[in-house]
Design a protein around this ligand. Structure first.
Ligand SMILES: [Fe+2]
Ligand SMILES: [Fe+2]
Length: 272
């Protein structure tokens, strides 16, 4: 059981930011922007999965998860709100979010399907998020030179993702979700997540006029496949999810509590 604190981030996201807010780097900016575009729809789905899954639990089990579910919903709702503000600026910059309507169409197919399956999808996505979060916190210096408000936004989101990474997984199991379906959803989510990220990043770069610049490809190659690259370092934790005895808590998240302790002035706990 985790104590999930809901935090209000003390940054001003009303003021606009640079087109290349990530230290002038077109690739990284486009990549982060793409991820952000998926959050409001994705995180609403995670909230709905956890809420609806929770309702299916017997009363005694509900008691056990009550506080954690509230914390999860509060954290994801805050992420959604801030990323919607962030995405509003992207829209003004002329970027077009193709990812959100595509996921909305896809998720429509889940109407009427048992929440256990919603949770299978959510747990798979949360594993991706947790891998990305851990990598971000470990390589936080790669955000040096970025707009400081946005550096805080991404690291705070990462820290909270690490905190609540077990919630959907535990509910999936509490509802009797099996290993086979967990893996089936994980494979599907992997293909869709990688394809969607790639498509939206390319679209953002094209819109920005930087798709065919040498510097864009050079940055992309080192950011994803270099020694500290995301994809190169994500493979092993990705594969761990396939193990029968996998649990999200087995993966490291000390950096999350450290970041939260060192950056306490950046947020206020809600209801504290
Ligand atoms: Fe989130
Ligand atoms: Fe999450």
């Amino acid at each position: 059981m985790t104590d999930l604190v809901v935090r209000r981030l003390l940054i001003d996201l009303e003021a606009p930011f640079d087109r290349h807010w990530c230290n002038g780097d077109a690739f990284r900016t486009a990549f982060f922007n793409a991820l952000s575009m998926s959050f409001p729809v994705g995180e609403q789905f995670f909230i709905d999965s956890v809420r609806n899954g929770y309702k299916q639990l017997p009363a005694a089990e509900q008691q056990k998860y009550k506080a954690e579910v509230q914390g999860f919903v509060g954290q994801e709702a805050t992420h959604r709100r801030l990323h919607a503000l962030f995405n509003g600026h992207l829209e003004k910059q002329g970027l077009v979010n193709h990812w959100a309507p595509r996921s909305q169409r896809r998720l429509k197919k889940m109407d009427g399907v048992h929440p256990r399956h919603w949770l299978g999808i959510t747990a798979a996505n949360e594993h991706f998020t947790a891998i990305f979060a851990e990598w971000m916190l470990e390589n936080s210096d790669l955000l040096d030179g970025a707009d400081p408000r946005l550096k805080t936004l991404w690291l705070w989101h990462s820290a909270e993702e690490a905190e609540h990474k077990s919630t959907a997984f535990d509910l999936y199991q509490a509802l009797g979700g099996n290993h086979e379906w967990r893996i089936k959803w994980f494979r599907r989510v992997t293909v869709m997540f990688l394809a969607d990220t790639l498509r939206q990043t390319v679209s953002n770069l094209r819109q920005d006029g930087t798709l065919w610049k040498w510097s864009t490809w050079k940055s992309g190659a080192s950011y994803l496949f270099g020694k500290r690259g995301l994809i190169r370092n994500a493979y092993r934790p990705w594969r761990d999810y396939l193990r029968r005895d996998f649990h999200p808590s087995q993966q490291e998240s000390a950096l999350s509590s450290r970041w939260l302790a060192e950056n306490a002035s950046a947020f206020a706990a809600v209801g504290a």
